[in-house]
Design a binder for this molecule. Structure first.
Ligand SMILES: *Cc1c(COP(=O)(O)O)cnc(C)c1O
Ligand SMILES: [Zn+2]
Length: 368
């Protein structure tokens, strides 16, 4: 499959190479690839992991590189949340090898890094992305440095260290952590395995959409999605777009994004009808996984939500804490960021006939 990076701002094209992660103009890179074609009948012969969709991803033909890296990620359960709500399903994406949906992107990104011959990666994270990158890098025999803020959950730090990653702690905001990682990428000349910058991560998160389509045999009406940097939201959008291009669905579901009121740059830009989010001077939030004050792909995220007639809702700290308890009362023990997403669903005005899917992105034991 022929593939390039292309700048989201000036449309400059770049060959896919180890040291390219941003356009010279500062723009974000997207993936330009041949049109994906999908054969639903042959898909069903393949094992139930996200690798059943490898033909929709830009790997070399008949690539086997993923086979020594996979831990069986993907094809997570899609189940009824509660019998009183017959059209609301939860997709249990914390049932992943490192206990969050980030495994979707990390498995694919690290397999691509391996294909490119990369031997060392650098990433920055608020916790779960770093954990997933560390785990898959280890499996791929790639050495790994993860930049983290000082306030990162101790359990997430322990998980990252357990995989042998070199943890580099930064005293500052989430943006300071990203800046430090990018400085190291440039100075030390290593591959930036960023879930935000590297478009191959989205090739992994898009499998969330493919799985829903296969599991439901149709598209849902609405997807509730937690959004910080938008890696799930954008992946899901790309996945449904490819399904639409293959005429396998009739429409892209409505995207309802959820942010914490204490850190809501996208919600603010959405309400003010702005094209791009401004840096948000927020407070800390229980929903640490979506506490991103300046999301680098805000233009694309806002565009995707608007194009589906979607919306962005915010939830406060009290609602997050309550939602966590409510979900646990139904059997699901999730981390606060995932509770925030469910709290958003509870505020979303909908009819009983609307087919809605809520992801449960992170496991409860990851957080304090
Ligand atoms: C990363 C993460 C999110 C948010 O994903 P973004 O890509 O930042 O939008 C939500 N929930 C959990 C559990 C996460 O790990
Ligand atoms: Zn550019």
């Amino acid at each position: 499959m022929k593939q390039y990076y292309v700048c989201n701002v000036c449309e400059t094209k770049y060959d896919i190479a180890e040291n390219v992660w941003k356009c010279r103009c500062g723009g974000m890179l997207n993936l330009l690839k041949e049109k994906v074609t999908l054969d639903p009948a042959s898909l069903q012969q393949l094992p139930p992991t996200l690798w059943r969709y490898i033909d929709t991803m830009p790997f070399e033909k008949n690539s086997n590189i993923w086979k020594s890296i996979t831990m069986g990620e993907g094809y997570t359960p899609l189940i009824l949340l509660d019998e009183t709500e017959p059209n609301t399903l939860v997709k249990v994406d914390y049932m992943m090898p490192t206990l969050s949906f980030k495994d979707r992107g990390a498995a694919v990104l690290i397999a691509k890094a391996k294909e490119l011959g990369v031997t060392r990666v650098i990433a920055d994270s608020s916790g779960n992305a770093g954990t997933a990158i560390a785990a898959y890098a280890r499996r791929a025999n790639i050495s790994c440095d993860i930049f983290l803020g000082e306030g990162t959950s101790p359990k997430k730090i322990a998980q990252i260290k357990a995989h042998g990653a070199n943890v580099r702690t930064v005293n500052g905001t989430r943006e300071d952590v990203a800046d430090a990682a990018q400085k190291a990428v440039i100075e030390e000349k290593h591959f930036y395995a960023s879930h935000v910058y590297n478009p191959f991560f989205y090739e992994g998160t898009k499998t969330y959409a493919y799985e829903i389509w296969e599991q439901m045999k149709e598209e849902p009406d609405t997807l509730i999605i937690p959004v910080g940097n938008g890696t799930l939201l954008l992946g899901v959008y790309y996945g449904f777009k490819e399904l639409l291009e293959n005429e396998l669905i009739k429409k892209i579901p409505k995207l309802v994004a959820i942010q914490a009121e204490n850190c809501a740059p996208l919600a603010e830009a959405f309400i003010n009808e702005e094209v791009e989010a401004k840096h948000f001077e927020g407070k800390s939030t229980l929903a640490e996984g979506i506490a991103i004050a300046a999301p680098a792909r805000s233009v694309q995220i806002l565009e995707a939500i608007r194009s589906t007639n979607g919306e962005i809702l915010t939830v406060d700290e009290e609602e997050i804490a309550q939602a966590r308890a409510t979900l646990a009362g139904k059997g699901f023990y999730v981390e606060p960021t995932t509770a925030a997403n469910y709290a958003g669903y509870l505020k979303y005005d909908h009819s009983l006939s609307e087919k809605i899917i809520i992801p449960l992105c992170g496991a409860g034991i990851k957080a304090n």
